[in-house]
Design a protein around this ligand. Sequence first.
Ligand SMILES: [Zn+2]
Length: 184
Amino acid sequence: MVRKILQMHKELKDIGWNEEYVNQIDKFSIKQLYKALRVDYQKVEWRRLTCNNAACPKWIFISYLALQSRLLTRDRLATWGCAEDVHCVLCGTEDESHNHIFFRCLFSSQVWQNVLCWQSIHREARGWEEEITWLNAQCKGKQTRAEVLGWHWLQMFILFGRRGTNEISKRSQEPLQCWQKRCT
Ligand SMILES: [Zn+2]
């Protein structure tokens, strides 16, 4: 306990909150102290895709990993010697990478394209980087479309979690049918 108090005393001194400074303060504010203690990190570009999103926490967590390219896709597993076959479980045409599994795969691109059409957005789905940048710009504000797009973006991660299972097995069902089944 004493050690923690001494450690906090040192931290306060480091940020300039010494006895002289504290005596000068008319009214103590915990908010002001919190701001002083908090390190100012650079804000990530994709924060709007995960922050204040009404989707379930599991999707948000998977999305958070995906945005940092940390999901256990087959191409990553192969670099660690944990996967022999790196082909996509769903289409089998390309290596299973973040770029492929969410926007390039025949299965996921059809789902995403239908979500865009449903929102009256007529554009071709592009690669991972372009779609993240575009989505981030679209998810500004609290308009219904922004919320719907953000929500569906996270639903895309069901594809990752469910790929290879009986529910979404290789070419077993039409992508949209499968998607509608998951969303109802
Ligand atoms: Zn694929």
